[in-house]
Design a protein. Structure first.
Length: 646
C-alpha cells in the first residue's frame, strides 16, 4: 500500500492502475481525498499521507511520505485512536501559527506490513510480544494456544489483520536468525510458479534471431568477479590501438519486459540480497545465474557501452551504447587477476595471453582514472566486514575485505560506463549524493577534535576532509576516521532529476552496470533503448511514474542493506552469548550520546553497548568483558575492564 500512496502523492496515471489499486482509489475519490485531472490521480493538497511517530501525552508527529516536507504535528484530540507506526491520512490544519499541524482523518493500517513476535514468560505466564520492543503484538490468541508454545518461539505476523502467518522457529536455534531478518520485510527466496514459468520459457541465445544486434563475439571479453559469484553482470574489453573501452552488461531488459508476473516480482524485490552464506536474487536463478549471466564460452545478449578515450585528458571523447551479442572468453576471479599483476600467473593459451595483455594496458588507464577522480571525489577506506558461517548456522570467523588492484580496475571501468549512461538523459533514474549539511560537518569536526586532531577549515569540504584523512593516516586511524566521515554524509539515493554525486565528485551519475541485481539499472536500460530507438511512447511509459519509482527503489535499497546488517548483528549476538563473562580486545567507536565499542580479537566487528566505560576516550584500545546479550534485539552489553597493554 505504501508504494501506491507515494504514487498518489506524486501523481498516478490512469494507465498504471491495477484492479487491486482501483478499489482503494475509488474509495478515496468518494471521500474527496483525491483529485482526478488530465487522467492523473493525485492527493488533494489539503491531505498528507504518513507514518505516525511516537505518541506522547496524546500528541505525535506525522512523518510525511512521498514528498520532501516537514513533519506535521498531530495535536491532542486529533489522533483518531492511531498508534505509533500506523499509516494514516491526515488533513492539514491551515491558519495556525508555529509548527505545521494536521489531524488524522483515517487510519489505513500499519506502516510496517509484517513484524516478528516471540514468546516471553513473565510471572509464569506466556505472552506474544514484538521482537523490537517487547510490546504486545496485538494478535488475538487464546490462552490455550498461547500456553502450547515454548519460551522463545518466534512467529511472523501480518500487521494488516494481526494474525500469525507462520512459526519461524525458536530463539535458541541459530537457523532462526535468517528467517527473522527476512520475515520483517516479507522477503523470500522462492518464486511463484507463474514467475518461474516465464523465466524457464526462454531458449538459449540463437544469433540468427537477432540480426539487428552488433556482433562482438570476436572481441576477447572477460569477466572479473568474486570467486563465489554466480551472476556475472559485466564483461570488459580494452582495445589499446583504438583507445576504446567496451563495457558489456547483461541485457536483462530483453527478457524482463514491463508488466507481467516477472517484472512485478522484480519491482517488488528491487535488489538481490547478499547474506554471508547465500544470496536471495532479484530474478529467478534461471535468468540471474544462467541466461542473463555473462558466462564464458557461450553467446550472451548484452547492452554495451563503447567508449573512446583521450589518453592525455582521460576524458571520453565519443561513446555509443547499443544492443550486442558477446562471447566471453574467460571468467576470472579477483584473486587470479591480482596474482597476474604480481607476476605469479601467466596465460596458459593464446586467448588468455591476449586478455592479460590488454588487462595490463587497461590497468594503466584505470589507475590514471582513479587518480584523477580522487582529486575531486573521495577515497573512503572503511573496512568491509566479511563473515563466514558454518554448517550449523553459527559464526565461524570474520575478516575484512581489502581493495586490490583487480577490484580498482573493474570499479573504474564501471564508473566510467555509469557516468556515460547518466549523460544520455535529463530525466530518468539518477544516483545522487548531496553534500553534507553544515550541522553534520560541525559534529564531525567536534568528534575529531576530541581525539587530538587539528581541524583546519579549508576553502572547500574536499580540502578539509583530505587534510583530516592525512592526519588519520599519521595516527593509524584511517578506517575509524573514514567511518566517522561517512557517517556525516548524506545518504545516496535514486532520483528522477540529476543533482550530482558529491562522494564521487561526478556532475552526473546513474546505475547502469548491474541489472541482474538492481531494478534501477533495468529501468535505465529500458530508457536508453527507447532513446536509441526514438521510441517516444516507450520512453514516456518508462518515465511516467519515475518520481514514485525512484523513491520506492531507494526505500527497497535501505531494506536490503538493513537485512544484511541485521543478519550480521544477530550472528554476533549469538557468538557473544556463547562467550559471556569472557574478555576481548576492542576499540571505542563512540562516546556520545552513548559509549560503544567494536571487538577486534579472534572475532572482529561485533558491536558492543558499553555499560561501564570508566574514562575511555574515542578510538582507545581497551579490554572488555561481555556481560549480557539480548538475542531478540541482537544487542551485546559489555564493560570496559582496562586498557590494552602495548
Amino acid at each position: 500500500m505504501k508504494s501506491l500512496l507515494i504514487k498518489l502523492t506524486l501523481g498516478l496515471s490512469e494507465q498504471d492502475i491495477t484492479p487491486d489499486d482501483a478499489i482503494l482509489i475509488n474509495s478515496f475519490l468518494l471521500k474527496k481525498y483525491l483529485t482526478h485531472k488530465n487522467k492523473i490521480y493525485k492527493f488533494n493538497s489539503k491531505y498528507r499521507v504518513g507514518t505516525l511517530g511516537l505518541v506522547q501525552k496524546g500528541t505525535a508527529y506525522l512523518n510525511v511520505i512521498g514528498e520532501l516536507t516537514r513533519d506535521l504535528l498531530i495535536g491532542e484530540g486529533d489522533l483518531l485512536q492511531a498508534t505509533e507506526g500506523d499509516l494514516v491520512i491526515s488533513q492539514r490544519l491551515l491558519g495556525k501559527r508555529g509548527t505545521p499541524c494536521a489531524k488524522i482523518i483515517e487510519v489505513l493500517g500499519r506502516a510496517v506490513s509484517y513484524s516478528v513476535g516471540y514468546i516471553i514468560v513473565k510471572d509464569g505466564i506466556n505472552s506474544l510480544v514484538d521482537l523490537r520492543n517487547d510490546f504486545p503484538t496485538g494478535v488475538e490468541i487464546s490462552p490455550e494456544e498461547l500456553n502450547s508454545y515454548a519460551k522463545g518461539d518466534v512467529f511472523k505476523i501480518d500487521n494488516s489483520n494481526y494474525s500469525i502467518m507462520e512459526k519461524l522457529g525458536n530463539m535458541s536455534e541459530p537457523q532462526v536468525d535468517e528467517k527473522i531478518v527476512l520475515a520483517k520485510f516479507n522477503k523470500h527466496d522462492e518464486f511463484e510458479e507463474d514467475v518461474l514459468a516465464i523465466a524457464s520459457s526462454f531458449k538459449a541465445v540463437e544469433v540468427s534471431k537477432y540480426p539487428k544486434r552488433k556482433d562482438l563475439r570476436k572481441l576477447p571479453f572477460c569477466t572479473i568477479d568474486p570467486v563465489s559469484a554466480k551472476d556475472y553482470d559485466d564483461a570488459i574489453y580494452w582495445d589499446d590501438k583504438e583507445s576504446t573501452l567496451y563495457v558489456a552488461i547483461a541485457d536483462v531488459s530483453e527478457y524482463v519486459k514491463p508488466f507481467g508476473a516477472l517484472d512485478n516480482e522484480a519491482i517488488y524485490r528491487s535488489f538481490s540480497i547478499y547474506l554471508p552464506h547465500r544470496s536471495i536474487p532479484m530474478l529467478p536463478r534461471q535468468l540471474s545465474e544462467t541466461l542473463c549471466s555473462l558466462q564464458p564460452h557461450v553467446d550472451r545478449l548484452s547492452f554495451v557501452f563503447e567508449m573512446k578515450l583521450d589518453l592525455n585528458s582521460l576524458e571520453v571523447t565519443e561513446s555509443n551504447v547499443y544492443e550486442a551479442i558477446i562471447h566471453s572468453d574467460r571468467r576470472f576471479n579477483y584473486e587470479e587477476i591480482d596474482l597476474f599483476f604480481e607476476g605469479k600467473l601467466k596465460g596458459t593459451n593464446e586467448k588468455e595471453r591476449e586478455i592479460f595483455e590488454y588487462i595490463t594496458q587497461l590497468r594503466v588507464l584505470t589507475d590514471a582514472l582513479k587518480s584523477k577522480r580522487l582529486k575531486v571525489g573521495y577515497d573512503f577506506r572503511s573496512n568491509e566486514l566479511e563473515m563466514q558461517i558454518d554448517e550449523n548456522a553459527r559464526l565461524a570467523s570474520t575478516s575484512y575485505a581489502q581493495e586490490t588492484p583487480s577490484h580498482a580496475l573493474v570499479e573504474d571501468c564501471m564508473l566510467l560506463a555509469n557516468k556515460e549512461a547518466a549523460k544520455q538523459f535529463e530525466r530518468g533514474i539518477f544516483r545522487i549524493h548531496e553534500s553534507p549539511s553544515q550541522m553534520k560537518l560541525q559534529t564531525l569536526y567536534q568528534e575529531l577534535a576530541g581525539i587530538g586532531m587539528f581541524i583546519d577549515i579549508k576553502n572547500s569540504i574536499k580540502e578539509t576532509i583530505s587534510d583530516i584523512q592525512k592526519q588519520a593516516l599519521e595516527m593509524d586511524l584511517v578506517s575509524e576516521v573514514d567511518t566517522l566521515i561517512i557517517r556525516s554524509q548524506m545518504q545516496a539515493k535514486y532520483a528522477p532529476l540529476n543533482s550530482g554525486h558529491f562522494g564521487l565528485g561526478f556532475e552526473e551519475y546513474t546505475h547502469f552496470t548491474s541489472p541482474i541485481r538492481r531494478y534501477s539499472d533495468l529501468i535505465v536500460h529500458r530508457l536508453l533503448k527507447a532513446i536509441n530507438n526514438n521510441d517516444t511512447e516507450e520512453g514516456s511509459y518508462v518515465l511516467r511514474n519515475i518520481e514514485a519509482l525512484s523513491m520506492t527503489i531507494s526505500e527497497k535499497e535501505r531494506e536490503a542493506s538493513g537485512i544484511e546488517v541485521e543478519f550480521q548483528q544477530r550472528k554476533f549476538a549469538r557468538w557473544a552469548e556463547e562467550n559471556l563473562e569472557k574478555e576481548f580486545k576492542a576499540r571505542i567507536t563512540s562516546t556520545d550520546p552513548e559509549v560503544k565499542a567494536q571487538v577486534h580479537d579472534t572475532i572482529s566487528g561485533a558491536r558492543l553497548n558499553i555499560t561501564s566505560a570508566g574514562e575511555s576516550v574515542l578510538f582507545e584500545d581497551v579490554m572488555v568483558r561481555i556481560d549480557k546479550v539480548d538475542l531478540a534485539k541482537a544487542k551485546i552489553y559489555a564493560s570496559v575492564i582496562g586498557k590494552q597493554s602495548v
